[in-house]
Design a protein around this ligand. Structure first.
Ligand code: SF4
Ligand code: FES
Length: 255
């Protein structure tokens, strides 16, 4: 099959899965926009926003999407691009096969078109207390120091941008399961490793041992392959399987 690149066509063809509202039926709409070198998918969506005309020449509503940082840091622009969940801001048009197919990530409720509600991830972070509890009423001074080797792997975990790609890739995160998904589990490992955060390690492990917690992982390993930040999600899940098992035995023997 001959792959038509944007360079050879001088236009960009897109097939976008659209949805007018949370409860509306989805449909696809095709667009053909002028080619410019070095465009990313956000640039193509901005072009459609500037001139909302579909490939048949009909006027249409501008396509809705979400983005903020435009440098793969905020996680807001995640969508399914040519079948793969990823960030639209780092999806370069010249590297994509056309027509470029854009769809919302199906693990999350659609707000409109490509904009989704990632609330289930933020609720999961609240549930596992993924923060360091300081009340901010006075200056606590510098926190306890971390060993350099520990700081290095903790830094890797801290790169999570709550983009939702690992939840989209995980077969066990769906509307038939309450599994919170790999990212919140990995954040428990991060905050339990922190010298101040570890004071609440037991509470976080308890949260992971409840319905929808770590037992929901089916070890498909899709998450670790899909994470754009290269976070070692399966290593985190294995470490927390260990920690929750130890906590379970500790509680039994304490009875
Ligand atoms: S762990 Fe990776 S894929 Fe999952 S939400 Fe965080 S950055 Fe995105
Ligand atoms: S806009 Fe922030 S990750 Fe794409």
């Amino acid at each position: 099959m001959v792959v038509q690149t944007a360079e050879s066509k001088k236009t960009i063809k897109l097939v976008i899965t659209r949805q007018d509202g949370p409860d509306s039926q989805s449909y696809t709409e095709e667009f053909e926009i002028p080619y410019r070198p070095n465009m990313n998918v956000i640039g193509a969506l901005m072009e459609i926003q500037r001139n909302p005309t579909n490939a048949n020449g009909g006027k249409t509503a501008p396509v809705c999407w979400e983005s903020n940082c435009l440098e793969e840091v905020c996680g807001a622009c995640s969508m399914v691009i040519n079948g793969k969940p990823r960030q639209a801001c780092t999806a370069i048009i010249d590297k994509l096969e056309q027509p470029i197919r854009l769809a919302p990530m199906k693990t999350f409720p659609v707000v409109r078109d490509l904009a989704i509600d990632r609330g289930r991830m933020f609720n999961a972070l609240k549930r596992v207390k993924a923060w360091i509890p300081i009340d901010g009423t006075y200056d606590l001074g510098p926190g306890p120091r971390m060993a350099e080797t520990k700081r290095q792997w903790a830094y890797e975990l801290s790169k999570c941008m709550t983009c939702g790609v690992c939840l989209e890739a995980c077969p066990n995160v769906n509307d038939r399961s309450s599994f919170i998904g790999p990212a919140p589990v990995s954040q428990v490992r991060l905050f339990n490793a922190h010298p101040t955060g570890e004071m609440h390690a037991e509470e976080r492990l308890d949260a992971l041992m409840q319905d929808g917690g770590i037992e929901g992982c089916g070890n498909s390993q899709n998450c670790v392959q899909s994470c754009p930040k290269g976070i070692p999600l399966t290593t985190s899940i294995a470490a927390l399987n260990n920690d929750t098992t130890k906590q379970l035995f500790k509680k039994w023997f304490a009875q």
